[in-house]
Design a protein around this ligand. Structure first.
Ligand code: FAD
Length: 388
């Protein structure tokens, strides 16, 4: 069990860096869609970007620190946090879990320091929730694979130096070697590989400071040493990766809920109507109370599941519940924050409107709320039937 003081110290260090270096840049980063890479590097240089990654490569093997980092990032700017965590926890996390010693040595130190940015690419134009249906193809000839396909909605694709791409293994005529959960393989690709191209960042509703885009693979030749994990077993590994993602990234949303609560407390005490602070009105207090309850209950459950994840327990069901609860609570909290700010809340300057826009992604990314409910219901039936 992590010492609370250590986590608090990490939290405060991150907050200091973000307050000094990120806050002055948030508005332009949101408006231009340019990720604040130098701030990510600053955190990396201090060992604060990727504490979940192994100590041997510059991390701290510490999921408690990572969750505190995620919360602090989410407090100030979710888009920044999303891009930073995708690089460290999705790209880096998968390499740490499944990479060979050579792969870890080659990729992890620069991911930890923030020198390189990474992404994790599963989604395709025709394949989203039904993840095992990926159409990107990997044909193996001797020790070399040829990759073809398109990935879309990939966080960091436009700015990544290194890529994790999931493709299905096919034969010479392009027919899959296996169906369903079998036959997927993850490849470690680099930006300079001939045939790999990325598109321009998409314009989107929220998380605007986090570039999202496509990856095009046209006859990309990759040596077998660039396969991550066991060939053909990518979809098994993906389940665990999604569990980690659902927990760690929920920290971003929780940080954002805290921001909305703090801003609403401040605003409702300062804003006067009918000759008194609007904080005196019971309908404002009702919203504030609901916001606090939604934040605290989500955060307590998140910490509980993060603790179980840190201890190496299986948390497939719990990670789904965590993300579902956090997503729903975040949407309600951000909406009430805007409502309590009235017309000012609708203006960019007050920042809560950005939170409301950012909140929507938590119901979509890393498994939509509908898919999470399917996982939860399936597990509930299974538990019930095995009890009988
Ligand atoms: C900003 C952003 C960043 C992203 N970053 C990444 C990334 O880094 N890497 C990556 O691989 N992907 C990424 N994604 C993709 C994201 O994971 C997918 O958008 C998500 O999994 C949903 O897939 P989809 O968009 O194709 O929707 P679909 O799967 O087409 O779903 C459309 C709707 O149908 C519902 N639906 C689908 N199947 C069922 C079912 N069986 N039962 C009930 N309802 C169902 C869904 O819940 C949803 O409401 C990102 C997306 C966004 C918006």
């Amino acid at each position: 069990m992590m010492h609370q003081n250590d986590v608090q110290e990490v939290r405060e260090q991150v907050r200091r860096v973000l307050t000094k270096s990120l806050v002055p840049k948030i508005e332009s980063s949101e408006n231009t869609g340019v990720f604040c890479r130098e701030v990510h590097k600053e955190l990396g240089a201090l060992g604060l970007a990727a504490p979940i990654l192994p100590e041997a490569f510059g991390g701290a093997d510490n999921p408690y620190y990572q969750l505190a980092v995620a919360e602090e990032m989410g407090y100030f700017n979710n888009g920044f946090g999303l891009s930073s965590l995708v690089s460290t926890c999705l790209f880096g996390g998968n390499v740490a879990r499944h990479g060979t010693e050579i792969q870890k040595k080659k990729y992890l130190p620069d991911i930890v320091s923030g020198e390189t940015m990474g992404c994790w690419a599963l989604t395709e134009p025709m394949v989203g929730s039904d993840a095992v249906s990926v159409q990107s193809k990997a044909y193996r000839d001797g020790d070399t694979y040829t990759l073809n396909g398109v990935k879309t909605f990939i966080t960091n694709a436009p700015i990544s130096d290194v890529f994790l791409v999931i493709a299905r293994e096919v034969n010479r005529t392009g027919e899959p070697l296996a169906q369903g959960i079998e036959g997927g393989t993850v490849f470690l690709l680099e930006r300079n590989m001939p045939g790999l191209r990325t598109g321009l960042p998409f314009k989107k509703m929220g998380h605007r400071s986090s570039p999202t885009g496509e990856i095009f693979l046209e006859n990309v030749k990759v040596h077998e040493s660039q396969v991550l994990g066991k060939p053909g077993k990518a979809f098994y590994d993906m389940k665990h990766s999604l569990d980690v993602e659902r927990v760690v990234f929920s920290g971003l949303a929780t940080g954002m809920m805290q921001f909305c609560v703090d801003r609403t407390l401040k605003y409702t005490l300062e804003r006067t109507q009918f000759g008194q602070p609007i904080a005196n009105f019971q309908m404002i207090q009702d919203k504030l109370a609901q916001m606090v309850v939604l934040l605290e209950t989500a955060r307590e459950y998140l910490y509980l599941i993060n603790d179980r994840m840190a201890k190496g327990e299986k948390i497939n069901l719990e990670a789904a519940i965590t993300k579902l609860v956090v997503a729903e609570n975040t949407k309600r909290v951000t909406d009430m924050a805007v409502q309590c700010h009235g017309g000012y809340g609708y203006m960019a300057e007050y920042e809560v409107e950005r939170c409301l826009r950012d909140a929507k992604l938590f119901e979509i990314g890393a498994g939509t709320s509908e898919i999470l409910k399917l996982i939860i219901a399936k597990q509930a039936y299974k538990n019930f039937q095995t009890k009988k």
